[in-house]
Design a protein. Sequence first.
Length: 457
Amino acid sequence: MLRKNFVRRVEIIQSRTLFLDCLRKTKKRFSYIDGVSEFCNRIQQNSDNHYLCFSLDDGSKITYTKPGFHRWDYNTRIRTTLGKYLRKQLRVDLPHDVLDTIVSDVFSHRPIGERFSIIRGEDIRQAYYNCIGGGSCMTGSDADEKLDIYTNNPDVVAMVVYKLDQFTARALLWRTDCGAMCLDRVYPNSGAHIPVFEKYAKQNRWFYRAHHSLPNDTIRFGGDVMQCTVTGNGETYPYTDSFLTTDDNPDNLTITLSTSINGRYRFSSIVGGWNDTRHTCCNCRSYVDEDYRRVDDEGNMWCDECFGSNHFYCDSCDSYHSESSAVIVRGSLSTDRWGTRSYYEYYWCANCASSDGWECVNCRNHYCDVEHNHYENENEDFVCENCIDDYAFCAKCEKLFSSNVVYVDRQDIHLCNGCLCDVGGVDCCNSCGKSDYIPNLDENRYCEDCVTDPVPF
């Protein structure tokens, strides 16, 4: 018993020494963040008499002395996560994402060489069966023949296993057709072990994923789409995280897997099958049953939910179109009981808006052709009634002009420059100063009202 206690004491001291060394490196890296140096100093100086150290039983946690007990009494030490300790015991008030990054950095500085092993062949199936890295759709009793593409290709597929005390994690390691080594999604998908995996990948010059969540787009390793040629059983396939598609017939024994999201077949089934991406929603990438498939005017397939969120119903041609092409068309004008005037609005596609409606060149609003009168300006563009006051109406050609128009006083009309020539021009009376057609003025430029009694203007 004395020897056992002595060994535990030595282990606690060693764990404390290692923890302080890791904490020192993290403190140096994040010292620019307010509060980091402060709580690091408290831990280093043991100001709270907690004698904080890494857990001897769970590599993802720490232990500290329980109040009223001795620091060497390991059985009474409290085991928890470092993040929870900092929040609850030291009252560290940092954003959760910042604190999680700091915690992960502390654990990433632990020596990693002896914590990793690489297994191949049937050992991979056994690791899945034993739930190394936690449970998933491929572990336990589900570790069956669908894992054949892993076990049958030891030169292509391996598994990197991480063990720290009772904690385990896993990630597949692929040798691609171009010779690159790619570390796949890590299980569990979050925690202090993630930066440790990434550090280990860097040491071995492997590519690794930018994130470890579900793939909803092409996965790129080193910026490139990767491919691996494997031999399976031609019947069942696992849920492949990164190498998730192929253009080959899955019934073939040998196929080429790709990290591109655009392959024809996708291995995202948890029961060993595959989905034909021609029957996959182009937006959310989920498989769509035949009864719920929607196809747009460009031939793309959608599920009901995504189609409704990204399309609209054109009131003119009675068909669906992409939401980005929707045009609001003004219909009839109504007045409510408070005297507020408003237009009824239709949603039309661009083709209907141009063929069955018109756009005001001034305000750029679209109008329904059958419910609104429109006017043409000098360029034969349409002008709505709301913008008519910004133009002058030529009485001769009956077009609107924003400039180059002359008001004829004695006729009480406007004429454009082109129509002025047709009437012989316009000039002002030398007596009253009112403008009139030049043919209506005498040789002294007097209008007919002033010619008998002219008064110089």
